[in-house]
Ligand binder design. Structure first.
Ligand SMILES: Nc1ncnc2c1ncn2[C@@H]1O[C@H](COP(=O)(O)OP(=O)(O)OP(=O)(O)O)[C@@H](O)[C@H]1O
Length: 306
Protein backbone atom coordinates (compact mmCIF):
# COMPACT_ATOMS: atom_id res chain seq x y z
CA UNK A 1 0.00 0.00 0.00
CA UNK A 2 2.87 2.38 0.86
CA UNK A 3 6.47 2.24 -0.31
CA UNK A 4 8.98 4.68 1.12
CA UNK A 5 12.54 4.76 -0.17
CA UNK A 6 15.55 6.64 1.08
CA UNK A 7 13.52 9.42 2.67
CA UNK A 8 15.43 12.29 4.32
CA UNK A 9 14.54 15.67 5.76
CA UNK A 10 16.61 18.32 7.53
CA UNK A 11 15.57 21.52 9.28
CA UNK A 12 18.44 24.03 9.43
CA UNK A 13 21.11 21.97 11.17
CA UNK A 14 18.81 19.20 12.46
CA UNK A 15 18.61 16.00 10.44
CA UNK A 16 15.03 15.05 11.44
CA UNK A 17 14.76 12.03 9.12
CA UNK A 18 17.85 10.28 7.82
CA UNK A 19 17.56 7.96 4.81
CA UNK A 20 14.71 5.69 5.88
CA UNK A 21 13.00 3.02 3.77
CA UNK A 22 10.03 0.80 4.56
CA UNK A 23 6.95 -0.81 3.06
CA UNK A 24 3.47 -0.91 4.57
CA UNK A 25 1.12 -3.62 3.38
CA UNK A 26 -2.55 -3.11 2.57
CA UNK A 27 -4.77 -3.67 5.59
CA UNK A 28 -2.08 -3.63 8.23
CA UNK A 29 -1.64 -1.45 11.29
CA UNK A 30 1.92 -0.18 11.08
CA UNK A 31 3.43 1.57 14.09
CA UNK A 32 6.30 4.02 14.44
CA UNK A 33 7.70 3.73 17.94
CA UNK A 34 10.30 6.20 19.14
CA UNK A 35 11.06 8.82 21.80
CA UNK A 36 10.29 12.54 21.51
CA UNK A 37 12.16 14.12 18.62
CA UNK A 38 12.90 10.78 16.92
CA UNK A 39 11.44 11.95 13.59
CA UNK A 40 8.00 10.27 13.70
CA UNK A 41 5.91 13.37 12.93
CA UNK A 42 8.30 14.52 10.21
CA UNK A 43 8.05 11.11 8.55
CA UNK A 44 4.26 11.09 8.81
CA UNK A 45 4.00 14.66 7.53
CA UNK A 46 6.03 13.75 4.45
CA UNK A 47 3.90 10.65 3.86
CA UNK A 48 0.74 12.69 4.17
CA UNK A 49 2.15 15.24 1.65
CA UNK A 50 2.04 18.07 4.23
CA UNK A 51 5.84 18.37 4.14
CA UNK A 52 8.26 18.07 1.22
CA UNK A 53 11.17 15.67 1.63
CA UNK A 54 14.77 16.61 0.77
CA UNK A 55 15.40 13.26 -0.88
CA UNK A 56 13.59 9.97 -1.40
CA UNK A 57 10.28 8.79 -2.79
CA UNK A 58 6.89 7.87 -1.38
CA UNK A 59 4.34 5.78 -3.26
CA UNK A 60 0.80 5.37 -1.98
CA UNK A 61 -1.27 2.70 -3.71
CA UNK A 62 1.30 2.78 -6.51
CA UNK A 63 1.11 6.57 -6.96
CA UNK A 64 4.05 8.89 -6.47
CA UNK A 65 3.12 11.34 -3.70
CA UNK A 66 4.67 14.35 -5.45
CA UNK A 67 3.68 13.66 -9.07
CA UNK A 68 0.18 12.50 -8.06
CA UNK A 69 -0.26 14.53 -4.91
CA UNK A 70 -3.97 15.27 -5.50
CA UNK A 71 -4.85 11.59 -5.93
CA UNK A 72 -2.71 10.67 -2.94
CA UNK A 73 -4.49 13.27 -0.78
CA UNK A 74 -7.81 11.58 -1.53
CA UNK A 75 -6.43 8.19 -0.57
CA UNK A 76 -5.28 9.32 2.86
CA UNK A 77 -6.84 10.66 6.02
CA UNK A 78 -4.68 12.55 8.51
CA UNK A 79 -5.21 12.74 12.26
CA UNK A 80 -2.69 15.39 13.35
CA UNK A 81 -1.07 15.53 16.77
CA UNK A 82 -2.71 18.89 17.50
CA UNK A 83 -6.49 19.09 17.73
CA UNK A 84 -7.66 20.97 14.65
CA UNK A 85 -11.26 21.87 15.50
CA UNK A 86 -13.23 25.08 15.96
CA UNK A 87 -14.03 25.35 19.66
CA UNK A 88 -17.08 27.59 19.14
CA UNK A 89 -18.73 25.28 16.62
CA UNK A 90 -20.60 22.06 17.39
CA UNK A 91 -19.06 18.70 16.51
CA UNK A 92 -21.56 18.41 13.67
CA UNK A 93 -20.68 21.83 12.23
CA UNK A 94 -16.95 21.09 12.51
CA UNK A 95 -17.47 17.92 10.51
CA UNK A 96 -19.61 19.77 7.95
CA UNK A 97 -16.70 22.21 7.54
CA UNK A 98 -14.09 19.45 7.05
CA UNK A 99 -16.29 17.39 4.73
CA UNK A 100 -17.01 20.47 2.64
CA UNK A 101 -13.26 21.07 2.23
CA UNK A 102 -13.07 17.64 0.60
CA UNK A 103 -15.91 18.60 -1.76
CA UNK A 104 -18.23 15.87 -0.48
CA UNK A 105 -21.79 16.58 -1.78
CA UNK A 106 -24.08 17.81 1.00
CA UNK A 107 -26.52 14.87 1.13
CA UNK A 108 -23.73 12.26 1.19
CA UNK A 109 -21.79 14.31 3.71
CA UNK A 110 -24.73 14.40 6.14
CA UNK A 111 -25.05 10.61 5.96
CA UNK A 112 -21.32 10.16 6.46
CA UNK A 113 -21.26 12.49 9.44
CA UNK A 114 -24.04 10.43 11.00
CA UNK A 115 -22.24 7.07 10.50
CA UNK A 116 -18.87 8.48 11.54
CA UNK A 117 -20.26 10.01 14.74
CA UNK A 118 -21.93 6.68 15.45
CA UNK A 119 -18.61 4.88 14.91
CA UNK A 120 -16.76 7.11 17.37
CA UNK A 121 -19.64 6.95 19.88
CA UNK A 122 -20.49 10.67 19.93
CA UNK A 123 -23.71 10.82 17.93
CA UNK A 124 -25.72 11.95 20.96
CA UNK A 125 -23.31 14.87 21.55
CA UNK A 126 -23.25 16.12 17.95
CA UNK A 127 -24.95 19.45 18.70
CA UNK A 128 -22.69 20.33 21.62
CA UNK A 129 -19.95 22.90 21.13
CA UNK A 130 -16.43 21.48 20.93
CA UNK A 131 -15.36 23.68 23.85
CA UNK A 132 -17.67 21.62 26.10
CA UNK A 133 -15.92 18.35 25.10
CA UNK A 134 -13.25 16.51 27.09
CA UNK A 135 -9.77 16.10 25.56
CA UNK A 136 -10.55 12.49 24.62
CA UNK A 137 -13.82 13.44 22.93
CA UNK A 138 -12.06 16.17 20.92
CA UNK A 139 -9.53 13.59 19.77
CA UNK A 140 -12.34 11.31 18.63
CA UNK A 141 -13.89 14.16 16.58
CA UNK A 142 -10.40 14.84 15.15
CA UNK A 143 -10.39 11.22 13.96
CA UNK A 144 -13.92 11.55 12.54
CA UNK A 145 -12.85 14.59 10.50
CA UNK A 146 -10.14 12.49 8.84
CA UNK A 147 -12.59 9.75 7.86
CA UNK A 148 -15.35 11.65 6.04
CA UNK A 149 -13.87 11.26 2.54
CA UNK A 150 -13.47 7.49 3.11
CA UNK A 151 -9.66 7.25 2.92
CA UNK A 152 -7.88 3.96 2.26
CA UNK A 153 -5.04 4.87 4.61
CA UNK A 154 -5.27 6.66 7.94
CA UNK A 155 -2.22 8.44 9.36
CA UNK A 156 -2.47 8.97 13.11
CA UNK A 157 0.15 11.04 14.91
CA UNK A 158 0.15 10.23 18.64
CA UNK A 159 -3.66 10.29 18.84
CA UNK A 160 -3.83 9.41 22.53
CA UNK A 161 -1.53 12.06 24.00
CA UNK A 162 -2.97 13.66 27.12
CA UNK A 163 -6.20 11.70 27.37
CA UNK A 164 -7.74 9.47 30.02
CA UNK A 165 -7.47 5.64 29.82
CA UNK A 166 -11.16 5.21 28.99
CA UNK A 167 -10.95 7.51 25.95
CA UNK A 168 -7.72 5.82 24.96
CA UNK A 169 -9.45 2.44 24.93
CA UNK A 170 -12.30 3.91 22.95
CA UNK A 171 -9.83 5.17 20.33
CA UNK A 172 -8.17 1.73 20.17
CA UNK A 173 -11.56 0.14 19.53
CA UNK A 174 -12.29 2.66 16.76
CA UNK A 175 -8.90 1.91 15.16
CA UNK A 176 -9.55 -1.83 15.31
CA UNK A 177 -13.01 -1.40 13.77
CA UNK A 178 -11.61 0.76 10.96
CA UNK A 179 -8.87 -1.75 10.32
CA UNK A 180 -11.44 -4.58 10.10
CA UNK A 181 -13.22 -2.49 7.47
CA UNK A 182 -9.99 -2.68 5.42
CA UNK A 183 -8.36 0.68 6.22
CA UNK A 184 -4.57 0.62 6.46
CA UNK A 185 -3.42 2.47 9.59
CA UNK A 186 -0.09 4.19 10.20
CA UNK A 187 0.29 5.03 13.88
CA UNK A 188 3.01 6.92 15.74
CA UNK A 189 3.57 6.79 19.47
CA UNK A 190 6.18 6.71 22.19
CA UNK A 191 4.04 4.30 24.22
CA UNK A 192 5.26 0.74 23.87
CA UNK A 193 1.93 -0.67 25.17
CA UNK A 194 0.06 0.98 22.30
CA UNK A 195 2.09 -0.61 19.51
CA UNK A 196 2.05 -3.94 21.36
CA UNK A 197 -1.73 -3.80 21.54
CA UNK A 198 -2.43 -2.46 18.04
CA UNK A 199 0.29 -2.97 15.50
CA UNK A 200 0.94 -5.82 13.08
CA UNK A 201 4.39 -4.47 12.28
CA UNK A 202 6.54 -1.84 13.91
CA UNK A 203 9.42 0.43 12.92
CA UNK A 204 11.55 1.52 15.86
CA UNK A 205 12.86 5.00 15.11
CA UNK A 206 15.54 7.00 16.87
CA UNK A 207 17.45 10.15 15.82
CA UNK A 208 15.84 10.09 12.37
CA UNK A 209 16.86 6.48 11.61
CA UNK A 210 14.84 3.28 11.59
CA UNK A 211 16.92 1.06 13.82
CA UNK A 212 14.73 -2.04 13.51
CA UNK A 213 11.48 -3.06 11.88
CA UNK A 214 9.28 -6.13 11.77
CA UNK A 215 6.57 -7.96 13.67
CA UNK A 216 6.80 -8.02 17.45
CA UNK A 217 8.21 -11.55 17.42
CA UNK A 218 10.78 -10.61 14.74
CA UNK A 219 11.89 -7.66 16.88
CA UNK A 220 12.14 -9.87 19.96
CA UNK A 221 14.45 -12.19 18.03
CA UNK A 222 16.89 -9.29 17.60
CA UNK A 223 17.87 -9.11 21.23
CA UNK A 224 19.92 -11.60 23.18
CA UNK A 225 17.81 -11.27 26.29
CA UNK A 226 15.23 -14.00 26.45
CA UNK A 227 12.13 -14.38 28.54
CA UNK A 228 12.89 -15.67 32.02
CA UNK A 229 11.21 -16.38 35.34
CA UNK A 230 12.73 -15.54 38.69
CA UNK A 231 11.72 -17.72 41.63
CA UNK A 232 12.37 -16.94 45.25
CA UNK A 233 12.26 -19.82 47.74
CA UNK A 234 12.13 -19.96 51.52
CA UNK A 235 15.32 -21.97 51.23
CA UNK A 236 17.31 -23.15 48.20
CA UNK A 237 20.49 -25.25 48.39
CA UNK A 238 22.93 -26.05 45.62
CA UNK A 239 21.78 -29.67 45.88
CA UNK A 240 18.18 -28.51 45.22
CA UNK A 241 19.30 -26.71 42.07
CA UNK A 242 21.12 -29.83 40.86
CA UNK A 243 17.95 -31.88 41.45
CA UNK A 244 15.94 -29.32 39.49
CA UNK A 245 18.47 -29.51 36.65
CA UNK A 246 17.79 -33.24 36.40
CA UNK A 247 14.07 -32.59 36.04
CA UNK A 248 14.19 -29.54 33.77
CA UNK A 249 16.26 -28.71 30.70
CA UNK A 250 16.24 -24.90 31.14
CA UNK A 251 19.31 -22.84 31.93
CA UNK A 252 19.19 -21.90 35.63
CA UNK A 253 21.23 -19.44 37.64
CA UNK A 254 21.15 -19.50 41.43
CA UNK A 255 21.65 -16.47 43.65
CA UNK A 256 21.17 -17.49 47.30
CA UNK A 257 17.46 -18.35 47.65
CA UNK A 258 16.66 -16.96 44.21
CA UNK A 259 16.72 -18.91 40.96
CA UNK A 260 16.57 -17.43 37.47
CA UNK A 261 15.05 -19.94 35.06
CA UNK A 262 15.40 -19.18 31.35
CA UNK A 263 12.03 -20.47 30.27
CA UNK A 264 9.01 -18.78 28.75
CA UNK A 265 5.94 -17.86 30.75
CA UNK A 266 4.06 -20.68 28.96
CA UNK A 267 6.42 -23.19 30.59
CA UNK A 268 5.91 -21.80 34.09
CA UNK A 269 3.73 -24.75 35.15
CA UNK A 270 6.57 -27.23 34.34
CA UNK A 271 8.87 -25.41 36.75
CA UNK A 272 6.23 -25.22 39.48
CA UNK A 273 5.50 -28.95 39.13
CA UNK A 274 9.22 -29.75 39.50
CA UNK A 275 9.48 -27.50 42.58
CA UNK A 276 6.46 -29.23 44.13
CA UNK A 277 8.00 -32.63 43.47
CA UNK A 278 11.12 -31.56 45.38
CA UNK A 279 8.96 -29.94 48.08
CA UNK A 280 10.58 -26.56 47.55
CA UNK A 281 8.49 -23.79 49.03
CA UNK A 282 8.08 -20.90 46.51
CA UNK A 283 7.93 -17.46 48.13
CA UNK A 284 7.70 -15.28 45.05
CA UNK A 285 7.60 -15.50 41.24
CA UNK A 286 8.61 -12.69 38.90
CA UNK A 287 8.15 -12.83 35.13
CA UNK A 288 10.79 -11.08 33.01
CA UNK A 289 9.21 -10.60 29.61
CA UNK A 290 11.06 -9.20 26.60
CA UNK A 291 9.07 -6.15 25.59
CA UNK A 292 9.65 -3.37 23.10
CA UNK A 293 11.01 -1.12 25.85
CA UNK A 294 13.78 -3.69 26.50
CA UNK A 295 14.44 -4.00 22.77
CA UNK A 296 14.76 -0.22 22.41
CA UNK A 297 17.15 -0.10 25.36
CA UNK A 298 19.14 -2.98 23.94
CA UNK A 299 19.46 -1.39 20.49
CA UNK A 300 20.10 2.23 21.50
CA UNK A 301 21.39 2.10 25.06
CA UNK A 302 18.64 4.62 25.93
CA UNK A 303 15.25 4.51 27.62
CA UNK A 304 12.25 4.92 25.31
CA UNK A 305 10.74 7.51 27.62
CA UNK A 306 12.63 10.46 28.96
N1 LIG B 1 9.67 22.72 11.62
C1 LIG B 1 10.77 22.37 12.24
N2 LIG B 1 11.81 23.22 12.35
C2 LIG B 1 12.96 22.87 12.97
N3 LIG B 1 13.16 21.65 13.54
C3 LIG B 1 12.15 20.76 13.47
C4 LIG B 1 10.91 21.07 12.83
N4 LIG B 1 10.10 19.97 12.92
C5 LIG B 1 10.82 19.03 13.58
N5 LIG B 1 12.03 19.49 13.91
C6 LIG B 1 13.08 18.76 14.63
O1 LIG B 1 13.24 17.51 13.99
C7 LIG B 1 13.44 16.45 14.91
C8 LIG B 1 12.36 15.40 14.74
O2 LIG B 1 11.11 15.97 15.14
P1 LIG B 1 9.73 15.19 15.03
O3 LIG B 1 8.65 16.14 15.44
O4 LIG B 1 9.61 14.58 13.69
O5 LIG B 1 9.91 14.05 16.12
P2 LIG B 1 8.83 13.11 16.79
O6 LIG B 1 9.42 11.76 16.85
O7 LIG B 1 7.52 13.25 16.11
O8 LIG B 1 8.74 13.67 18.26
P3 LIG B 1 7.46 14.12 19.13
O9 LIG B 1 6.94 12.87 19.72
O10 LIG B 1 8.06 15.02 20.16
O11 LIG B 1 6.50 14.80 18.22
C9 LIG B 1 13.44 17.12 16.28
O12 LIG B 1 14.78 17.36 16.64
C10 LIG B 1 12.69 18.42 16.05
O13 LIG B 1 13.11 19.39 16.95
Amino acid sequence: MIQVQNLSKSFQNVQAVNDISFTIKKGEIFGFLGPNGAGKSTTLNMMSTILKSDTGTIHIDGKNSIENSKECKHLIGVVPQEISLYEDLSAYDNLLFWGDLYGIPSKILKERIHTTLELIGLLDRKKDLIKTYSGGMKRRINIAAALLHHPKVLFMDEPTVGIDPQSRNHIFEVIETLNKQGITIVYTTHYMEEVERLCDRIAIIDSGKIIAQGTQSQLKELVQTKESIQFEFDFLSEANVNQLRKLLSYTMTQNKNKLLVESTVKELSNVITACNELQLSIKDIQLNKVNLEAIFLNLTGKQLRD
